[in-house]
Design a protein around this ligand. Sequence first.
Ligand code: B3K
Ligand code: ZN
Length: 872
Amino acid sequence: PATVYLKDYQPPAWQIEAVELEFDLDPQATRVRSRLQFRRAPETGPDTPLHLDGEALELLGIALDGEPLTADRYRLDEAGLEVRGLPETGVLEIETRINPSANTELSGLYTSSGNFCTQCEAEGFRRITFYPDRPDVMARFTTTLRADKVATPVLLSNGNPIASGELEDGRHYVTWQDPFPKPCYLFALVAGDLGWIRDRFVTRSGREVDLYIYVQKHNLDKCDHAMASLKHAMRWDEEVYGREYDLDRYMIVAVDDFNMGAMENKGLNVFNSRYVLARPDTATDADYQNIESVIGHEYFHNWSGNRVTCRDWFQLSLKEGFTVFRDQEFSSDMNSRGVQRIGDVNILRTHQFREDAGPMAHPVKPDHYVAIDNFYTVTVYNKGAEVVRMLHTLLGTEGFRRGCDLYFERHDGQAVTTDDFVNAMEAATGVSLQQFRRWYDQAGTPELELERHYDPQARTCALTLRQHCPPTPGQSDKQPFHIPVAMGLCDREGRALPLRLYGEAAAGGESRVLELCREEETFVFQDIPAEPVPVLLRGFSAPVKLALDYTDAELALLSAHERDPFCRWEAGQTLARRLLLTHPPQALDADTARPLIEAARRTLADTALDPALRALALTLPAEGYLAEFVDPIEPEQLHTARQALRLTLSRALRPDLEACYEQLTETGAYSPDAASAGRRRLRNLCLSYLIACEDDSAYQLALRQYEQAGNMTDSLAALQALVNSDCPQREAVLEDFYSRWQQDTLVVDKWLSLQATADRADTLERVQALTGHPAFSLTNPNKVYALLRAFAQGNPVGFHQASGAGYRFIGEQIRTLDGRNPQVASRLAAAFTDWRRYNPTRQAGMRTELEKMRDAGGVSRDLYEIAARSLG
Ligand code: B3K
Ligand code: ZN
């Protein structure tokens, strides 16, 4: 397969000014007629052909300005259609036939539960009709949909409906017009027998917007939270960014078959139903939270992505990094900022740092790809968001806002680059971001080292920071980054000290941002009465690994007193990590763990502290995060150590855990708000510790919670505790859960995941058997993620078992899947990319599977790229 390079970018030779599309919808044979109004770009020579991308299309006819084109004027090949001898401007008419029901890739036009829907980002539109399928070609779309009136009463596309009516043979039509020019990746159509809820939003300038959520009718009672989240997002974008919605209607459609989370098509978002549907008895607090965040994310794209879009796919982080930053901030404002930040840092450090350290490492702005769909990564999204967050930190809230305003003003209606974004930030603030730009081009996680020196005579404290970034594929030497380090100093009682840097006349507060630009820099603080404890990276102000030489006593001090929730949590996690990585499991007894036990006891009893933060503080570092600190990774060793420490904590703290559990028992109606969710989180964490004791009274507690739970959060937490225990009723409860929920596909996903991640010796056999269960289907991405990905990525002990059986099983599933849906197959293959981090036996087992993937006849571009890059 061919590699695409950023350096080869050429502006489009032809522009499409307007498109008229007509769809005669039929599950097996949909006809698509398109009228493209084209214009040659001013720099384009007159002999330049017009290239139209096309894939899996049957060409039925082609005409220029009303005259059929003779065969010598165009050429059809694998990649599409090339048309020669075109005038400077004109209208090309093309008719194609496609088969939506045979579209198993779920890219382009396909059917889900008997309804039609589309997914065009990144390159799905070329599977609908011949078109210049690139984001820098922006056109006005008018779309007419025709279909059977009874089977397909709802006909939706982007923009506003401008005409509709009856046709012969029981068919009907609706015509939609989108007034905003857009790239074809934002095109969407949805058609089928759907129900909807409707609401209204008045923008701050007084415009009325109709809001719709369309779902399969049996889900109509699960849409309210999504609608409320949408209205919150619309208000928030007005208040924080001054951005209003621009069409008369905003539509969201939920479908059960979807490769990713959701898609921001202009005015017509299509969502994976898991990010729309929620009812207290079917969705957990985490689901409610995710829905709010994804609804926000897709809404925010209307400005950061749609009004201003990407010039080419190398610029993907321009819209994704920025929009993730926006949705993270939205969630922080709607819920708890500290809890949100810790969660976001956890994702970044467990997944993105790992990607950065492996063969798939790439810059936030990649410079080459084989299949662009492989680059919707934690690096482009989450590290991209950290880069925008650093800009926010460096420029301040107001400077950042001025930069955003200028960016939107300069580029509204354009397809631009990450450089244009940074240029706007510079122009609006006068701050030079020359060196900062390296964050977009250099891959890898910088490592930071601190050396501290206190001088009691001079009463100064010198902090020397050193940065280094390890090599990544294709980038052996790195230039220093521009790193904002938010920090403070505190005394031995945990009190913050005023900060005056050498040369400054007066202290400037108790928290400030140091800017580390060179490889090594020293910052000297004055008037420091005694040796302080430095607190670095408050709020995790930069995506770096920081090595600190804290003593255990200093960590204990920070974990009890630091005011920044992230640094306070981090201190406790570092203590726990040290214990886990420096002692064999059998040594992790109450004596060794004493400081941690005492800290946990205080946390459990500290009713003044947000219960969600208490739950986070009491959660031991994840195995996936611990893996970043060892070489080679021995999954069962990490697991055993973590389980041993859990057991020690649960035995030592049993009365405290029971008291906390009882205290947090709630009886009122379910509400997903942050405070209530935080209490449930802490209470369920207590339950998960208590069940580690594996005795009847703990089992009874969990069984009682399972039976009495008034919401899915508590029900699922009880079930999870039981499934991971030896409770004699575990199988019966699992069965009960399935028989209760077998009609609800999203709840069944939870049931599959629990079994795939169960801490049991026979989990692999169980997962294998479940692939034959009626609840599972290889054609539905959610099922694949719930069972197979949960096992491969959420059950390290099971997947990496020494026999290699886990590798062989998942490898085989991936190869089967690749023939149907390459995007899902290649996502699942991510479980193998890190093979070099394991011992030689595991390396051999994983490598064999990667080679089989790479060398399979008919392998997709997507899977080939992951396998080939991993093998290096
Ligand atoms: N922009 C889409 C992702 C499309 C993925 C294509 N493989 C969802 C989002 O980030 O909002
Ligand atoms: Zn996005």
